[in-house]
Design a binder for this molecule. Structure first.
Ligand code: ATP
Ligand code: MG
Length: 281
């Protein structure tokens, strides 16, 4: 199945979805962003680098279709293209599932780079779902990527862990332009009407570009339980992911568009306070 798509020598944009704190929404965002890009006509491969745990396949409703995993590829049993599982509805999206029996030590950053190299000509986007933590699994997930999406929730612990991961990514050679922040699970009860901040305010507050702001939504949990990514379930959150996808494609979609749902002065003051210190370092 080599050469699924003919792309005339172009290589994929390779993104890792990572975080400091666990459970902040990396897998949810990888699945939904992947689906959104695929809906827009991009050719997408999702790689579950959460070795030993695997759940990107479950979120995508593909767990019963997984035959080969990342470990089979790394150990040379099959070619990466043979291990890809095609999405049932979005036919230009594929998943490379994680192995539940493997441990993170069975895969190296070099293996991941070689894997991505083999796939990069077949896809427009390769999204890598990173495991929680900053050990070997993190290095595996991060090393083949050109860009890192750092997911955080609006909580002190998640933000300070995000800050730490940003420092690590910088050590890995990522510059400010290749690290983007995604703020997830912004709660409606934190929202009140008030001043709308500009993208510049946000940028200077966080010392990093904000790629998107995703509200906390019951729809995510309902969709996950159905094995259908929320953006395929026809809910309002779909437009948030579309904004994020369009920004990745290079379109200047203002972050204020996301703030329509999550605008909150107090919320931004909270962020400003924390991240300004980092910027001043
Ligand atoms: N915007 C959201 N609104 C409501 N629930 C959400 C949202 N984003 C994620 N969740 C829920 O939060 C939980 C954790 O999400 P997810 O598994 O995507 O996090 P993770 O960062 O991948 O976790 P881990 O670090 O364990 O890999 C899930 O139950 C998911 O449905
Ligand atoms: Mg996860």
């Amino acid at each position: 199945m080599i050469g699924i798509f003919e792309r005339g020598g172009l290589v994929a944009k390779v993104l890792v979805v990572t975080s400091g704190k666990g459970g902040v929404g990396k897998t949810t965002i990888t699945a939904n962003l992947g689906c959104t890009l695929a809906k827009m006509g991009e050719k997408v491969a999702l790689i579950d680098a959460d070795i030993g745990l695997k759940n990107l396949d479950v979120v995508l409703g593909l767990e019963n279709r997984v035959v080969y995993t990342l470990l089979d590829v790394v150990q040379g049993r099959v070619k990466p293209q043979e291990a890809l599982v095609r999405h049932k509805v979005l036919r230009n999206m594929y998943l490379l599932a994680a192995s539940q029996i493997a441990t993170k030590e069975m895969v190296s950053p070099e293996d991941m780079k070689a894997l991505v190299k083999e796939l990069e000509r077949d896809f427009d986007y390769i999204l890598i779902d990173s495991p929680a933590g900053i050990e070997r699994g993190f290095r595996n997930a991060v090393s083949p990527a050109h860009m890192a999406l750092v997911v955080t929730t609006p909580e002190l612990t998640a933000i300070s862990d995000a800050d730490r991961v940003i420092g690590l990514l910088e050590n890995f050679g990522f510059d400010d332009d290749s690290i983007k922040l995604v703020i997830n699970r912004v709660k409606p009860k934190m929202i009140k009407s008030g001043d709308m901040l500009t993208q510049d305010d946000i940028k200077s507050a966080l010392a990093l570009d904000v790629l998107g702001i995703i509200p906390d939504s019951e729809d995510v949990i309902i969709a996950t339980n159905k094995g259908i990514p929320v953006v395929l379930d026809g809910v309002p959150l779909t437009s948030t992911f579309e904004n994020i996808a369009r920004r990745l494609q290079g379109e200047a979609v203002p972050v204020e568009k996301d703030l329509k749902v999550s605008e909150n002065k107090g919320f931004w003051d909270f962020f400003k306070h924390l991240f300004r210190r980092r910027g001043e370092k």
